[in-house]
Design a protein around this ligand. Structure first.
Ligand SMILES: [Mg+2]
Length: 381
């Protein structure tokens, strides 16, 4: 006997929280430093039946956009679509969001995540089941080393290795080439079995890239991420052809439109998939599918996120066989001073464990949200 279908469950209330969350240490990247706090936007939706769903926008001003823009996108431009909407119309709603507002992928990721969370709670299914079904129960976790004080990163490495982490991503192109090579040499010498990747975050100029990357190749890194600016796709393609080490495109590939061009032009050997670039998990799966069709494996990247966005990414990767290179959802555990989830983001033996409970699978601690909110806008239908 089948259960009766649940009746319409329209969204009756929405709240947009712009948060500032303190972080543990400064971090350097090829495109800039992050220190003291990160800013995110949390979207809380509540249905007529009292179900609550959450989504997160995690912009970075030098990469995808600003928290202020994401908050305004949700509160002003997407609100008329969200209030009164039934989560079962998700695909149609997201198509309308694209017609209503150009760009703003982080705000659209928050919207789609909150609706997926609601759909999961309505159906009793985890989000990965709604995204097509689960292909993995856990995801290998990479932790990024980006501290300007390398000694602090070595201390962190001892801690994360004791907890089973076997992958690190070194943020290169921040100070000088010698600093990058010294760090790689030390890591290789002390941790021979470590899976090391490097990420330049666009930090190299085209004319210097090939020689420097040839030096890096000597350390047997698994991949080299985004060595030059995202728009320099021809340079990316040249480096991909010239080097033995796989090149991974991050800033060069946001959504499916970028992915199909990058696959055609062999801009990279690998893609980083992020819900904040693609505009939500469903479009992230489209990027992964294009990669799969072109023989391009994918990696589960992230921005500076809380556990809510980590969970959305986790469910996307759990439903994507081609996102096979692990993920970097470490901030909730090792970077934020306080995450917003009521229970710790699930990490065990160096892997993210995919939640099996309905929706995203972990509740948000609303006291933490209120304590860190710079602004909150609430509206009812
Ligand atoms: Mg990157």
């Amino acid at each position: 006997m089948t259960a009766p279908a649940r009746s319409r469950e329209p969204v009756m209330r929405m709240a947009v929280h712009h948060l500032s969350l303190p972080v543990r240490r400064p971090r350097d990247h090829g495109i800039g430093r992050v220190a003291e706090t990160i800013e995110i936007v949390l979207l809380r939706l509540e249905t007529a039946g009292g179900l609550v769903g959450w989504g997160e926008a995690s912009p970075w001003s030098v990469f995808t956009g600003t928290a202020e823009a994401a908050a305004a996108a949700l509160d002003r431009y997407l609100r008329p679509l969200i209030l009164g909407a039934d989560p079962r119309g998700l695909a149609g709603l997201m198509a309308q969001a694209d017609k209503t507002l150009v760009g703003h992928p982080e705000a659209k990721a928050a919207m789609e995540t909150a609706f997926l969370d609601l759909l999961g709670r309505m159906s009793g299914l985890p989000v990965c089941a709604l995204l097509g079904g689960q292909c993995r129960e856990r995801i290998a976790l990479s932790v990024s080393l980006a501290d300007p004080d390398f000694a602090a990163d070595l201390d962190l490495l001892v801690q994360i290795r004791a907890e089973g982490v076997g992958i690190v991503k070194v943020k290169t192109g921040t100070k000088d080439h010698a600093f990058d090579l010294e760090r790689l040499e030390r890591l290789r010498a002390d941790h021979g079995d470590l899976d090391i990747r490097v990420d330049y975050n666009q930090g190299l100029a085209a004319h210097e890239a090939l020689r420097r990357l040839r030096d890096v190749e000597a350390f047997q890194v698994t991949f080299i991420e985004q060595p030059v600016p995202g728009g320099e796709r021809e340079v990316m393609a040249d480096l991909t052809a010239a080097l033995d080490t796989p090149i991974l495109a991050d800033e060069s590939v946001f959504g499916p439109e970028d992915a199909i061009r990058a696959a055609r032009d062999r801009v990279a050997d690998l893609f980083s998939v992020k819900i904040m670039k693609s505009g939500g998990p469903r479009r992230g799966l489209e990027v992964a599918a294009i990669g799969a069709a072109a023989g391009i494996a994918c990696y589960g990247g992230d921005m500076f996120e809380s556990g809510v966005a980590h969970l959305a990414g986790t469910h996307m990767i759990a439903a994507a066989p081609n996102i096979s290179l692990g993920c970097e959802f470490y901030q909730a555990r090792w970077y934020l001073l306080h995450d917003v989830l009521a229970n710790p983001f699930p990490i065990q033996d160096g892997h993210v464990i995919v939640p099996e409970t309905p929706g995203l699978g972990i509740e948000v601690d609303e006291d933490v949200v209120r304590a860190h909110a710079l602004t909150t806008r609430e509206e009812s239908a």
